[in-house]
Design a protein around this ligand. Sequence first.
Ligand code: PEP
Ligand code: MN
Length: 337
Amino acid sequence: MVFILNPNVPKEKIDKFISDWEQKGFSTIYSVGTEHTAVCLIGNTAEVDMDHIVQTNEIVSYGKRITEQYKAVNRSVHEGGTIIRVGSAVVGEGYFTVISGPCSVESKEQICEIARSVKDSGAKILRGGAFKPRTSPYAFQGKQEEGLEMLRIAKKETGLPVVSEIMNQTQIDLFEDIDIVQVGARNMQNFDLLKAVGALKKPVLLKRGLANTIEELLMSAEYIVSAGNNQVILCERGIRTFETMTRNTLDLSAVVILKQKSHLPVIADPSHAAGIRSLVAPLSKAALAVGADGLMIETHNDPAKALCDGAQSLDLKQFHNLMEELKIRAAVEKKEM
Ligand code: PEP
Ligand code: MN
């Protein structure tokens, strides 16, 4: 159940309202949006007489029952949509934010060259994997801590905030200088990891699992937000289907549904979805057209020599050209890029 509060209610009254519910055994989520402030009750609300509370409590404007299992990430809690600010970047409604960089950080020179170039092209966040979840234990596993250090250097040089994938909760301290922690597709239901990143005070990029439903993605986000961290960016990165011509199938309906069901920003990753460079530009434009709040695109200064995912990586010129096309389309959609 969510209560939308009247405007300009003094904070003490809100605190009292919240503590009264908590004393009755409910957990609460307090959400301050651009349009309204809400208090969401988590627990068995079947016995709560919502209409009575709306009529008798001076701070409550109206109430809504949330029938879905996901409560804290539910659109009803925050109709205006959550906006996430990280360094100079903004992710959320009204913006189209592109995250770009290599699959893996390979060297200081590589990440810095890519960072400078994608920044010039208009990317607002730099990506780079340091710990890589690889199907084969014999494949390149990433530069690990050294890779995080190289990302720090690229961040310092360009000013771009950085995102990198965390593989388990024992790595949390290593990510101190990483602006956004990515929970990858293979870890979407690693519930201990979700709880651990829920305790962080920084944004989490949560990727949809290879074979997970939209509702399961929302429930995984619910773990993070209900643990106290409402800065979650959802990412559709393709799901496994019977199709073999692409690495995965980019589920654009998921982008639309996630935007309808949740207040969290939603981005698409056409690179991992397609697995093929030539599909990245058309899928990027399609994601923008269906309402994604941004993209994550893999780029490389020399894709043929990339240690990971070269076949789906755009070179720096291709990325630049795509960004020019996206800027025109973002303007049509009235999104700031
Ligand atoms: C990645 O972004 O580098 C990655 C491994 O993606 P995913 O978890 O979507 O496979
Ligand atoms: Mn990759």
